[in-house]
Design a protein around this ligand. Sequence first.
Ligand code: G3H
Length: 193
Amino acid sequence: RRSIWLSRHGESQFNVEGKIGGDSSLSPQGLKYAALLPEYVAKFSIGEKGLTVWTSSMARTIQTARHLNCQKLEWRALDELDAGTCDGFTYDYIEQNFPHEAELRNNDKFHYRYRGGESYMDVVRRLEPIIMELERQGDVFIICHQAILRCIYGYYHNLSLEELPFINVPLHTIIKLTPMTYETIEERVTVPI
Ligand code: G3H
């Protein structure tokens, strides 16, 4: 039986500052997560042998995978939801300066598309090739971003589209999904930093 492992990148500099988007590097805490990851992957799986790691094309996910000694693939389709003209802002800043946008998003988070950016609906569409490729693969460890992982996680647990934007995917946690005939078995491990 094959499994899919999911993890967000380690804490990034933008996470520390509460900013969305960007292409920042890992914070000191995030670097610790990256360093501990091989040990936890080994404990929690068949080991790095035979495991393929997929990251996005963004620095924070590539840095998170750095110490894993296995085959790696970078996918632009796994990049974080594009916040368009809001990229690099905090949620407070958006609310203060673009209250109408904040309200639109609040009213329909799944369909709301950032100006010049994406909606969750857009992300679900761009993940289709990823999901199809996953179906043909063995064990894959996906290291990417919260919005993207929400969609992948929701797909395997058969959640409704409207639920996706609200799934909590915590930092520094590895989620193992094993799809069975009628359900997906889930296990989690949180890496103490
Ligand atoms: O960490 C930021 C998330 O990836 C996007 O969060 O869609 O809840 O604003 P949000």
